[in-house]
Design a protein. Sequence first.
Length: 259
Amino acid sequence: MNPRPWRAFLALCRRDLHVFVRVEPLDFVAQALLSPVFMLIVFGRVLPAVGATDADYSAELLPGVLAITLVLTSLQGAATPLISELSITRDLDDRLLAPIPIWGVGLQKLAVAALRGTVAAAAVLPAAALILPHGIDAAAINPAALTMVMISGALVGAVLGLVMGTVVPAHRITLVFATVLTPLMFSGATFVSYASLDALPWFQAVSLANPVTYVSEGVRAATTPGPHLGTVAIIVGVSTALAVFGAWGLRGFERRAIA
């Protein structure tokens, strides 16, 4: 793109970030952090305290909580406003007047949603340090790999949200969230690692069809020395999700935007 569309792209991002920082901070905290904090409390402190899990379970739990926070916050950050803008308020019409291709407006939506997910996941880390008795060993963290996983995981959630935001009618969004988000959360190697599912081959197969699995295992690979899916499998899984759902979502966005 020439400089003018890039300036328009950045201006749209600044507009959304202004709303995010100045208008929606409390809504964002409630939406993005309440669920992971309670996961950490219940699964990381309460269950080990009553003997339901091992004391070191929190080290296996935290990467999954980070992954699901990345994906679901980005997904909701893309899907929820998009459904409203396409079906109810039509605020998207103003954005389409910007000197930028229609697909560029879709990319801008993805970028802001992914940033929201990344911020939410980063905020989970200090909360985990306060809540969990045994968190991630700092010496085991690969900063470069963790950064790449967080960015790609947030983008996976954003493209899933773009698909939902362009496919789901406004009056069905509550039902779709209830029927889609729960399977994404519980079959995505979130609460146990993929290797721990060896005793349930059928559930391992289900997990492989869930993009969250590759994000969860990517976070584990970047933060723990324990067993995880191979690096090649993680890269292929994340790349496939980005390519398939990204193309689907951008195509749907263009179709709905000009309808």
